[in-house]
Ligand binder design. Structure first.
Ligand code: BJW
Ligand code: ZN
Length: 237
């Protein structure tokens, strides 16, 4: 990680775990009796928009009360130090941006954005709404009175083509780190594979191994907030 090194980072829910935001597939990942996988789909929203919004409303409250942790802080330092730095995050919580990280690509959108479910002609494609809690639920489009939906990417939906293109560009780097993600969800999980194919040194930081193991050069086992702080201490010292 010499000066001038092109570093690209992929983050997942594990990076926000130390900010007390539950991961999807770890302890606390279950909401009421529902698995996130069964709520994060357009079909679930169509079926019961109020239920899906209750889940997002709850998560918005948790996130609004959370603070970025030392993992976010180290990545913010690196984003200022390394010219080619790119951070692709699957997280919708906005904690990287709140921590001040430069060059963040939001792969799965933002929980703070809303969109008109009907894509009505009068509404912009998406807009910010920081209201916590949203009430009444489900919230309504101010332009057509139809439903609003969260500005996130659900299963079965495509990644914004420009976001995907920028992320794939980021995979052409010297060091690619995949941090705090289960590596189960595609196409995000393919980025480390693309980086490896293009000759990057691949590093994984996680409390347990993931299916990315076969393309990982260096596995650092432990909490991201501790390991990143440790790497930064060694770089600085
Ligand atoms: C710590 C820690 C600490 C804890 N320190 N670590 C190829 C193969 C198979 C399937 C597919 C494929 N290509 C596409 C698919 C289908 C699907 C998919 O991937 N399915 C698989 C699950 C089987 N993908 C899609 O549908 C995607 N779209 C797409 O491909 O479009 C083209 C297409 C269209 C139509 C049909 C088919 C294809 C879209 C995926 C969208 C995912 N959306 C969500 C919800 C976002 C909104 C919201 O937040 O509500 O994104 S699902 C959820 O999973 C969320 C997350 O960003 C994502 C990843 O989760 P993440 O971050 O990995 O969290 P966890 O909880 O799983 O893991 C946490 C990790 O942290 C663990 O490893 C812990 O050990 C670790 N950890 N504490 C370090 N302190
Ligand atoms: Zn509308």
């Amino acid at each position: 990680m010499r000066q001038g090194c092109r570093i690209t980072i992929l983050t997942g829910a594990g990076v926000s775990a130390a900010s007390s935001i539950p991961t999807f597939r770890g302890p606390g990942g279950l909401w009421r009796t529902h698995r996130p996988e069964s709520l994060a789909t357009a079909a679930a929203f169509k079926d019961d928009p109020k239920l899906v919004w209750e889940w997002y409303n709850w998560r918005r409250e948790v996130i609004a009360g959370a603070q970025p942790n030392p993992a976010h802080a180290v990545l913010t330092l690196w984003s200022r130090r390394y010219p080619g730095f790119t951070l692709v995050t699957q997280n919708v919580d906005g904690l990287h941006e709140r921590s001040g990280t430069a060059n963040v690509i939001r792969f799965h959108g933002s929980i703070w954005e809303v969109r008109c479910w009907n894509r009505c002609a009068s509404a912009p494609p998406r807009w910010l709404d920081h209201t916590v809690p949203l009430s009444p639920l489900p919230p309504r489009c101010p332009y057509c009175s139809g439903l609003l939906r969260p500005g996130v990417v659900w299963f079965g939906e495509s990644i914004d083509p420009e976001v995907l293109q920028q992320s794939l560009k980021g995979a052409d780097c010297d060091v690619f780190m995949t941090i705090g993600t289960s590596s189960l969800v595609y196409p995000a999980a393919s980025l480390v594979r693309s980086a490896k194919k293009q000759g990057a040194l691949t590093v994984e930081i996680n409390v347990e191994p993931t299916p990315a193991a076969d393309v990982i050069d260096l596995f650092l086992e432990g909490p991201a907030e501790q390991i990143l702080a440790d790497i930064e201490r060694r770089l600085a010292g």
